[in-house]
Design a protein around this ligand. Sequence first.
Ligand code: FES
Length: 570
Amino acid sequence: MTDRKVGLEHGLTNYGDRDFSLYLRRSFARSMGYSAEMLARPVVGIAYTPSGFNNCHRHFPELLEAVKRGVLASGGLPLAFPTISLGEVFLSPTSLKFRNLMSIDTEEMIRAQPMDAVVLMGGCDKTVPAQLMGAVSAGKPAIGLVAGPMMIGRHRGEWLGACTDCRRFWARYRAGDIDAKEISAVEDRLAVTAGTCAVMGTASTMACLAEALGMILPGTAAIPAVHADRLRAAEATGAVAVRLIGSNLTPNRIVNEKSVENALRVLMALGGSTNAVIHLTAIAGRAGVELTLKRLNELSDTTPVLVNLKPVGNHYMEDFFAAGGMGAVLRELSPLLHLDCVTITGESLGERLASDSDPWVDRSIIAALKEPLERAGGLVALHGNIAPKGAILKRSAADAKLFEHEGRAVVFSSLADLAGRIDDPALDVDPADILVLQNAGPHSPDAMPEAGYLPIPKKLASKGIKDMIRVSDARMSGTAFGTIVLHVTPDAASGGPLGLVRTGDRIKLSVKNRRIDLKVEDAELKRRAAAEKAPAAKPNRGYGKLYAEEILGADEGCDFAFLRPRIGKA
Ligand code: FES
């Protein structure tokens, strides 16, 4: 006999009479047509995030049915509940601004509603990090189920995958290579099914990192959204959620220093999204684990790139799945991983890999550890007098010819300034210059949009220039590419030195030395700092006020200060 609470008995609404509260709750639950037998079962909540503003989640109704099937067959009662959803391209100024709001929503609803375990259904870029952050903080048994990637589209014999090919074709359109009719045809064919972007962008990177952390079922990160295997994965996820009930296998235990390191290794091997550094830092931070850029560089230098997917390579997520997916990547990386990390099934990562029944791998897409695509990882952190708290460069998506380069800064003071002048035929710019964007970081009113992929000025693009060094405090879409220094921290809007750069200054990038420096005397920088205008007034109400007051820098995952536990040095 146990007095452990089950299902609807959890967290009663307070009417001052516990028995009355339970009686009332059961009565209202019965009004939904459930039998007494069903209402006596343990409850698996399902954080459910379809939205008319989220194309990536449009198959969620079918997936939900499969999750429920798994829960019911295993003796639980599945109860779906909505949280906000973040459809990447439908949010202004940027979805990152609302990631923390979604994490708060997820955490509070997991905690406030009567459930014994929870399935987190997410997929589009910020949804998976938001759900993991919320679940780590909530501390209840939880398992993720990701949307899975879109299938590729086709255009005049070419494959199209959102959104690397979106950018490729847009660049061709800007350069005058293709006309308005063709770009309109491409618009129709870029995103042709439900699911997340078809390349190793942020959504797919985060799905793979969720698997590396142990928070979703083995082998499920890369299953295409519309594949029957995804429905089977959903059913299995529901079943495992029931098995988690009563266990101490909570996300705050699964996410720990070792599993975060495993995820970082996987990020490097994938040549994954720069955004993942921010998200992983935030997820780890919720578990009290600090992810330092120094450690990132150590792991990057000792983890080869193994995966040949766009935007860095040639293939798409559906190819990755068919090539062996995350199981194959983890197997290759296993000598470098902490194999004792526990995963959501209760198995250790090592046990998972040992029990892998199909070790087949397509080497054209997933390279062997001994014969990698690149000897060192895809991302590198830089420091320097422009970025005292760091910056990120995706070296695997950059032009190595620009890695050791000094050039003249051409500065845009804001996104509006960039939009107003980048294509001005009178813009004084040369291919050897370094484009600098200020005031697009987390503390800016634009809340760190994916604007770090500054377009090549039209006058240079039309002459065939495809890449230049670009430096900003913004982010970059995981599907983009170029020699782009991002996440410069502290950002300009919080008083960082990036805001002191002026057109004509010299900037030196040295990837070899992990440096990015402004060649301007300290005294001159002090003079510029003293002459800076007072920052614009902050929002005085609502979520905008909370965001402006609590947002942390990229080095702390752009989380809110009050959501992070005190973090010890890792
Ligand atoms: Fe949702 Fe790309 S728009 S993952």
